[in-house]
Design a protein around this ligand. Structure first.
Ligand code: NAD
Ligand code: UFG
Length: 337
C-alpha cells in the first residue's frame, strides 16, 4: 500500500515513516523543509534500509502538490504538515490559518479528486481547551481554544468531519495527540526545536546537556500532586505506531472517527524532571516562576477508544521517553545535520 506523508521529515512524521516502512507500506513524503531538513531522509534510510521518495513541495502550492498525486495512486494520506508553535500563532495568526487551514484544504481537495480512501489527521488535545476535566474523552467534543494554533486544529477537525459526511468513500481518523516526547532509540531521529524550546522536555534536555542553565517551572500552586502542571506524555515511537494502526482501521471502515492518543497517565513537571535526572545521571537545576498564561492544571487522555478501535496501548514509559530524549540530545548536539 502506498501512503502520502505530508510533513514526513518532521519530528512525528519521520518516526511514523519508519513505522510505516517497518510494516510494509510504501511511503512518499511531501515537506517544504520549513522545520526539517533532507538529512532526516538519510537517517530514515539508516534505520529502515529504505529511502522513501521525497518531494520538496509546499502544501500551499496546489499545482505542485497535484503533480505528486498525478504520479502516484495513494491508498492513504497522513497529514502532519503544519506550523505548531502556540506563542508564534498568537503573534502571526493569519500565517497559521493560511498554512494549517488553507494548505490542508488544498490537500483535502486532492484527496477527493484522486479518490484516496484514507486520511489520518494530526490533531491535538489542545482542542479540548480548558473546558473539560481529565481524563479527556472524545465524546466531550470540542472545547474553546485559547490560541490560533489550537483553532486551526479545531477548524481542520470540523472540515474533515463535514467532508467525510458527504463523501462516503473517504475514511478519516482524527488523532488527538497528547504530549509527544522522546526520540527513536537509535538516536538518529528526534525533536530539534528552533531556538529556545517552549516545551518542557526539549527544554529539560538542554539543561541536562549544559546548553541552558536551569528550567523555569511555570507555577507550583496548581491543584495537582505537587502543585506543578500535569500532562500525558507519550513516546513518539508509540505515537508513530498509533498512526499505522489508524491507517489499518481507516482502510477497513468508512466515515470519521476522533481518537485520543496518549498513555492515559499524567506526570507533573517535577516528576518528569526527576525521571530525566535518572536518565542523564545528574541533577537538573530549576526555578519556580509564575504560571504560564493559557496553561491548565491537568490534561491526560481517556485511552479506551484507542484501545477498542485501534487495539492501541503504549509500550514505553516515562523512563524510556527520558532515556531516548537524552540519548538523541547527546548524539546530536547541533540537531540533525
Ligand atoms: P514538525 O514541525 O517537526 O513537523 C512538521 C513538518 O511539516 C515539518 O517538517 C515542516 O517542514 C513541514 N511543513 C510545515 N508547513 C508545511 C507546508 N506548508 N508544506 C509542506 N510541509 C510543511 O512538527 P511535529 O511535532 O512533527 O508535528 C506534526 C503535526 O502534529 C503538526 O500538524 C502538529 O501541529 C501536530 N501536533 C504536534 C504536537 C507536538 O507536541 N509535537 C502535538 C499535537 C499535534
Ligand atoms: N512547563 C514548564 N516549563 C517549561 C515548559 C513547560 O514548567 O519551560 C510546563 C507547562 O507549564 C506544562 C507542562 O510543562 O505544565 C507541559 O508544557 P509543554 O509546553 O511541554 O506542553 P503543553 O501541554 O503546554 O502543550 C503541548 C503542545 C501544544 C499542544 C498541547 C496539547 O505544545 O501544541 O501539548 O497537545 F496543543
Amino acid at each position: 500500500m502506498k501512503i502520502l506523508v505530508t510533513g514526513g521529515l518532521g519530528y512525528i512524521g519521520s518516526h511514523t515513516v519508519v513505522e510505516l516502512i517497518k510494516n510494509g507500506y510504501e511511503t512518499v513524503i511531501v515537506d517544504n523543509l520549513y522545520n526539517s531538513n533532507e538529512h532526516v531522509l538519510e537517517r530514515i534510510e539508516k534505520i529502515t534500509g529504505v529511502k522513501p521518495e521525497f518531494n520538496k513541495v509546499d502544501i500551499l502550492d496546489r499545482n505542485g502538490l497535484e503533480e505528486v498525486f498525478k504520479r502516484h495512486s495513494f491508498d492513504g494520506v497522513i497529514h502532519f504538515a503544519g506550523y505548531k508553535a502556540v506563542g508564534e500563532s498568537v503573534a502571526i495568526p493569519l500565517t497559521y490559518y493560511e498554512n494549517n487551514v488553507a494548505g490542508s484544504l488544498n490537500l483535502y481537495e486532492l484527496i477527493k479528486k484522486y479518490n484516496v480512501k484514507s486520511l489520518i489527521f494530526s490533531s491535538s488535545a489542545t482542542v479540548y481547551g480548558d473546558s473539560f476535566a481529565s481524563p479527556m474523552k472524545e465524546e466531550y467534543g470540542l472545547g474553546v481554544t485559547t490560541n490560533p494554533y489550537g483553532t486551526t486544529k479545531l477548524m481542520n477537525e470540523m472540515i474533515i468531519t463535514d467532508f467525510a459526511k458527504t463523501n462516503r468513500n473517504i475514511s478519516a481518523v482524527i488523532l488527538r495527540y497528547f504530549n509527544p516526547i522522546g526520540a527513536h532509540e537509535s538516536g538518529l531521529l528526534g525533536e530539534v526545536p528552533n531556538g529556545i524550546p517552549n516545551n518542557l522536555v526539549p527544554y529539560i534536555a538542554r539543561v541536562a546537556n549544559g546548553t541552558l542553565d536551569y528550567l523555569n517551572v511555570y507555577g507550583d500552586d496548581y491543584d495537582t500532586v505537587d502543585g506543578t502542571g500535569v500532562r500525558d506524555y507519550i513516546h513518539v515511537v508509540d505515537l508513530a505506531r498509533a498512526h499505522v494502526l489508524a491507517l489499518k482501521y481507516a482502510n477497513e471502515h468508512n466515515g470519521c472517527e476522533v481518537i485520543n492518543v496518549g498513555s492515559g497517565t499524567g506526570y507533573s513537571v517535577l516528576e518528569v524532571l526527576h525521571a530525566y535526572e535518572k536518565a542523564c545521571g545528574h541533577k537538573i537545576a530549576y526555578h519556580v516562576t509564575d504560571r504560564r498564561p493559557g496553561d491548565i492544571a491537568t490534561s491526560f487522555a481517556d485511552t479506551k477508544k484507542a484501545e477498542k478501535l485501534l487495539g492501541f496501548k503504549v509500550e514505553r514509559d516515562i523512563a524510556d521517553m527520558c532515556r531516548d530524549s537524552y540519548n538523541f540530545t547527546v548524539k546530536n548536539p547541533d540537531g540533525i545535520k
